[in-house]
Design a protein around this ligand. Structure first.
Ligand SMILES: Cc1cc2nc3c(=O)[nH]c(=O)nc-3n(C[C@H](O)[C@H](O)[C@H](O)COP(=O)(O)O)c2cc1C
Length: 245
């Protein structure tokens, strides 16, 4: 264990923030830490929109299904996968952007995730808390319109950053041997890993909710992957030029 590993393993999402402001210099340093992440072929396919305007934040609360911490966090950002900038660079050199490649979509989306996760670690190292907001994808077209996102740019998720006003427990993860396999995929480890984790998670949910939430990981997954999830994403991405050729 060193301090970095301790910090990484003490992560928990924060959904209640104090009204302590974050100065722009600190924000710039958090975002510059995101920029320092590895990026596929140096594409740097991330654009971050810092949303300061109170009305816009309230709209994003609505677009995300009422997640009020979007409005109360010290800072809120929309992380966008951006191929427009590299398309423009390509044009500057007399080239023609090949729009709609699945591989380009994957590159930009991975870039966004790595960038954002660096930002979260930077923020957490400064005593702040974070919460990702995938809920923005409930209404991606409305989010795009609000932020003037052009073609070849789409909102991947939001990120709340602020000083925590709660101290939740760290959420347990799957046992290591259910996720780290040696030399080949071993499907036999799944069932025992899930069973052990289900017991752990049931105890965690009970303790976090004073006994009210009686669930486990498998039933959470049943609700999540046992039904369609944001099926509008396919046509939304098409409309933004991410046609997946
Ligand atoms: C891409 C992404 C999107 C997420 N979207 C939301 C969200 O919309 N609202 C929310 O409250 N939490 C959201 N989360 C937080 C997860 O629920 C949380 O990370 C997970 O349950 C593990 O808990 P922990 O972060 O406290 O360890 C998101 C996390 C990720 C990585």
């Amino acid at each position: 264990m060193n301090e970095v590993i301790k910090l990484l393993q003490s992560h928990r999402s924060i959904r209640k923030f104090s009204d302590k402001a974050i100065d722009q210099k600190t924000i710039n340093s958090i975002i510059a830490s995101g920029q320092a992440a590895a990026t596929s072929s140096n594409v740097q396919g991330t654009t971050v929109i810092q949303v300061n305007d109170g009305e816009a934040r309230e709209k994003l609360v609505t677009f995300s299904g009422g997640q009020k911490y979007i409005a109360s966090a010290g800072a809120f950002f929309v992380f966008c996968a951006d191929l427009k900038r590299s398309a423009q660079a390509c044009a500057l050199e007399g080239g023609e952007f090949t729009q709609g490649m699945t591989e380009h979509f994957i590159i930009a989306t991975i870039d966004v995730a790595l960038f954002a996760q660096n930002c979260t670690i930077a923020a957490e190292s400064l005593g702040m808390g974070i919460c990702y907001i995938g809920g923005l994808r409930n209404n991606p077209a409305e989010v795009s319109e609000l932020l003037d996102l052009p073609e070849n740019v789409y909102p991947v998720f939001g990120l709340c950053i602020g000083y925590p006003e709660q101290d939740p427990e760290v959420k347990p993860r799957l046992p290591l041997d259910a996720v780290l396999m040696q030399d080949r995929y071993d499907a036999d480890v799944l069932a025992p890993g899930i069973k052990a984790y289900d017991e752990h998670m049931r105890a965690y949910y009970r303790s976090r909710t004073g006994g009210k939430k009686d669930s486990n990981w498998s039933s959470e997954m049943r609700s999540l992957v046992g039904k369609e999830s944001r099926p509008h994403m396919r046509s939304f991405l098409d409309s933004k030029g991410f046609t997946m050729l």
